[in-house]
Ligand binder design. Structure first.
Ligand code: NI
Length: 137
C-alpha cells in the first residue's frame, strides 16, 4: 500500500451563522466569523489517495486524472465563490472547515474509486493556524 497526495488551492468567501439563531447567539458562538457581510480564506486542499502501485505505469493513480477530478468535482465549484450561497454540495450546510472537508470527501470518493484507487484523507487548511483532517469515518 502506498499513499500519494495532491494539493489544490481555492479562494472562497463564507460566514458561520445559523438563520434559526439570534444575531447575539451567532456572535457569541461564531465571533467575527459570523459577520453578516462575509469574509474569505485562501484554502489549501490536500487529497491523499492510497492503493497498490500499478506495475505497468508505476502509479497508484494518474496525477493528471486526480487533478481533473479534484478541479471538476470540488475546486472549480468553490474557487472565487461563496461557500454558503454558490456551492451545490454545501447547500443547507454549515460552512465550517469541518463540514466542508466531509463534503469534499463525499464528492471525491466515488470518482477516485473509478480509477482503481481509494481516497484515504482530506486535509483542508483554512488559515496558517487551522486545518482539519478527515478519513471518511
Ligand atoms: Ni472563516
Amino acid at each position: 500500500m502506498i499513499y500519494i497526495t495532491r494539493r489544490e488551492r481555492f479562494n472562497a468567501a463564507h460566514k458561520l451563522f445559523r438563520e434559526d439563531w439570534s444575531d447575539e447567539q451567532n456572535l457569541e458562538t461564531f465571533g467575527k466569523c459570523s459577520n453578516p457581510n462575509w469574509h474569505g480564506h485562501n484554502y489549501e486542499l490536500f487529497v491523499t489517495v492510497k492503493g497498490e502501485v500499478n506495475p505497468e505505469t508505476g502509479f497508484v493513480i494518474d496525477l493528471k486524472a486526480l487533478k481533473n477530478i479534484i478541479c471538476t468535482q470540488v475546486t472549480n465549484k468553490l474557487d472565487h465563490r461563496n461557500v454558503n450561497l454558490d456551492v451545490d454540495f454545501m447547500k443547507g450546510k454549515m460552512a465550517s472547515t469541518e463540514v466542508l472537508a466531509i463534503e469534499i470527501f463525499k464528492q471525491l470518493k466515488p470518482h477516485i474509486e473509478q480509477h482503481g484507487a481509494a481516497l484515504h484523507k482530506i486535509l483542508l487548511r483554512e488559515t496558517e493556524n487551522n486545518y482539519v483532517e478527515y478519513y471518511g469515518e
